[in-house]
Design a protein around this ligand. Sequence first.
Ligand code: IPD
Ligand code: CA
Ligand code: CA
Length: 280
Amino acid sequence: MSFNLNTITIETILPIIREVADKYLTREDSQHITVKGDSNFVTEVDTNIEKAMKERLSSLYPEIQFMGEESDNENIDFSRPFWILDPVDGTSNLIHDFQNSSMSLALAVEKQVVFGVIYHYSTKEYFYAKKAQGAYLGHASSAHSLNRDTSLDTAPVSIHVSNTTELSRCLVSFGTSPYDKKTLGEKNCETLKQIFFLCEDIRRIGSAAIELAYVAAGRVDIYLERNLKPWDYAAAIVIIEEAGGIITDYQGQPIDISKPCDILAGNKTVHQKLRQNIEL
Ligand code: IPD
Ligand code: CA
Ligand code: CA
């Protein structure tokens, strides 16, 4: 590794995220929409944020490659460090002004996520972790990020997954794989039905990254969704593991971050119980 991992901290990365969000997250650009596929859209906010983040990160850390949802990721060498960015996770929410969209940024070294941050654009909460250093939740002040009074920010607090042990007491956040309705729709409805009857209740926020961050913070007990992409789940891997939880594929196996994956996350007890009690 030819860059110094110590230079990558929330203090260096968050100001970049906030500055880029303040500049490019506009209602007007969120209505400049292009169709990508079934129920799948991209807006000018997505492309502008990705472009700006790529420029900023590449000039600060030229040794680190860049993988992003809106980029051509053909030439990534997975044996070398790379960023993984979802500029807007929850684009449908953004288009509909349903205030639950986030940025998800991860850093992978030797195909392991060593740093991750998920920034909720509306609440301005940021969930982050660095390998072996714990997981935290901070709250940025709502003042503009340039020249803002940082004393208004809330100091980050340590976060942990829930300690719920019974499925009947689990709040389960369920991802619907909206872009794969034709292939996964029936299967997902069946899974949803089983979970609904087994668990306390279901939630659906519409940003996988936020839903995974909420697992880390103990706000929901379990999150699952089929066929997520690396930019949807990468940051959450280190945040959930540092928060004491577990995140795997539907078979309980480790995730290969270069590929799409069916993602199941929760505290260790209910993660196992869910796999034992429903057909995934
Ligand atoms: C999507 C959101 C959504 C999830 C989809 C993702 P995007 O990401 O996270 O909640 O259900 O599977 O693809 O397209 O808004 O970045
Ligand atoms: Ca996404
Ligand atoms: Ca996205």
